[in-house]
Design a binder for this molecule. Structure first.
Ligand code: GDP
Ligand code: GDP
Length: 437
């Protein structure tokens, strides 16, 4: 099931990143440092009163002139309208209404999506400044006063966000595997998509529950239905060159959020770039299926070691994703292209797999015998019981005596034992550790 996406739009310095950091919950992750997630705050998963959603900060780099601010805000608003389910429009409660705010509000009023206005930096909500009421001129309804820095009003804002999610629209058809093809411009995304979808395209009048189906292409392969989430066609220019990459990452992230399996396409000649790492990090954190598709294999001078060496390079550049399979293809010559869908299918199956509880516990018992759990000041970690509580991605719950004793390295060890036994190729595994009271 895909999570609702909330895009945050607003002028530079209104407090978007402060808000972002306050709202983002801490989740159990057995990866210490995933690029693009820990360092860059474009995307984060959040939860409020049991509702999970994803936040996207559409803010670009810091512009210094007012006309750049305006054009950048227009870009933000367009991306928000294109990718998200609801838009959080943040204004500066201290500065008051600006011309740029009013311009962007005009754009946002025309979208069919819910827009919430929050006025940040209202550090004293009992004494609202007179200019606070000017924000109602934006014509976007209620203005929610908050102070991100002081954590005031955030609960109200989150209540309103969660209330605005369209009901029941996120139960997309779970049986159909959704594929996102992600990669740098010119890597061969459109070529691959045309090849995959080409003669297999099916015309579907309406896919139940899809809110953003304009960019979805259904097709059949091997008698099964798939949906392709297309990001290849979108290539908007930005006036601020530094933002082009950021915006393409935002679009990629929105597609990843909805997909089951992410195809990360790499150019065989160029290798893995920083942007590829960021995107891989997001897919990993979001618990999506992922495979690396190395394209333009025809352009390399090859010997017996070329593929092995490339695999090693992938492991080195994406160390948190050792589980991701790689295929080496040439869309141009057709070499191994059929492996792409074979691998997608197997990843989709593995993500839905359930390990029986009895088997899991005997595996854990063997693993702890082979390598005893860590201890601290004479206190040993004890694992009482493990069970797989979820699929897509596979989620394992462990009852243990003390959370602090569960080190990253031991969790990684357990993950590796589970993978040795069951594979789970192409999907991240999620772990939760609960203390038995
Ligand atoms: P962004 O550019 O929209 O991401 O804005 P930042 O989150 O970087 O915040 C810009 C500045 O506003 C920083 O100096 C923050 O400390 C400050 N700021 C953020 N939230 C608040 C708030 O609620 N009250 C006050 N007084 N300052 C805030
Ligand atoms: P996109 O921007 O990622 O959608 O990339 P395109 O599908 O538009 O491809 C960009 C260019 O790469 C086009 O000129 C393609 O013909 C070329 N191309 C795509 N796949 C291959 C391949 O496997 N080998 C070679 N040599 N060129 C390719």
């Amino acid at each position: 099931m895909s999570k609702p996406l909330v895009a945050v739009v607003g002028r530079p310095n209104v407090g978007k990143s402060t808000f972002f950091n306050r709202v983002v919950g801490r989740r159990v992750s057995i990866v210490e440092d995933t690029p693009g997630v820990t360092r860059d705050r474009i995307y984060a998963e959040a939860e409020w009163c049991g509702t999970h959603f994803a936040l996207i900060d559409t803010g670009g780099i810091e512009p210094n002139t007012s006309d750049v601010i305006l054009s950048q805000m227009r870009e933000q608003a367009e991306i928000a309208m294109e990718t998200s389910d609801i838009i959080l429009f943040m204004v500066d409660g201290k500065d008051g209404l600006t011309h740029a705010d009013a311009e962007v509000a005009g754009m946002l009023r025309r979208t069919g999506k819910p827009v919430l206005v929050v006025a940040n930096k209202i550090d004293n909500p009992k004494n609202l400044p007179d200019h606070f009421y000017d924000f109602y001129e934006l014509g976007l309804g209620e203005v929610i006063p908050i102070s991100s820095a002081n954590m005031l009003g955030l609960g109200d804002a989150l209540d309103r966000i969660v209330e605005s999610f369209p009901e029941g629209e996120f139960t997309e058809d779970e049986d159909i595997t959704k594929i996102a093809v992600i990669g740098k411009p010119n890597v061969g995304k459109s070529s691959l998509i045309n090849k995959l979808v080409g003669e297999n395209r099916v015309i579907v009048s309406n896919i139940a529950g899809t809110t953003r189906d304009s960019i979805d292409t259904p097709f059949q392969w091997g008698g099964e239905d798939f949906i392709l989430i297309d990001t290849a066609g979108i290539r908007r220019k930005s006036k601020v060159t530094e933002n082009i990459e950021r915006y393409s990452v935002i679009r990629a992230v929105a597609a990843i959020e909805r997909c089951d399996v992410c195809l990360l396409m790499i150019d065989a000649v160029e290798g893995i770039t920083e942007q590829d790492k960021k995107i891989a990090g997001v897919a990993h954190e979001a618990g999506k299926g992922i495979m690396v598709v190395v394209n333009k294999w025809d352009l390399l001078e090859k010997d017996n070691h070329t593929m092995k060496n490339f695999e090693k390079e992938i492991q080195k550049e994406l160390p948190f994703m050792a589980y991701a399979p790689a295929v080496f293809i040439s869309v141009l010559t057709g070499q191994r292209v059929e492996n792409v869908m074979v691998t997608v299918k197997s990843i989709a199956e593995t993500r839905a797999m359930r390990v029986p509880t009895g088997q899991l516990n005997s595996l854990i018992a063997d693993a702890t015998m082979l390598q005893p759990p860590p201890s601290d000041k004479g206190k040993h970690l004890k694992i009482y019981y493990a069970t797989q509580v979820g699929v897509k991605p596979p989620l394992f719950s462990f009852q243990i005596n003390k959370k602090d004793l569960m080190h990253f390295s031991y969790a990684r060890y357990l993950e590796n034992r589970i993978r040795d036994a069951y594979g789970f190729k192409g999907t991240s595994l999620k772990f939760v550790f609960r203390e038995k009271g």
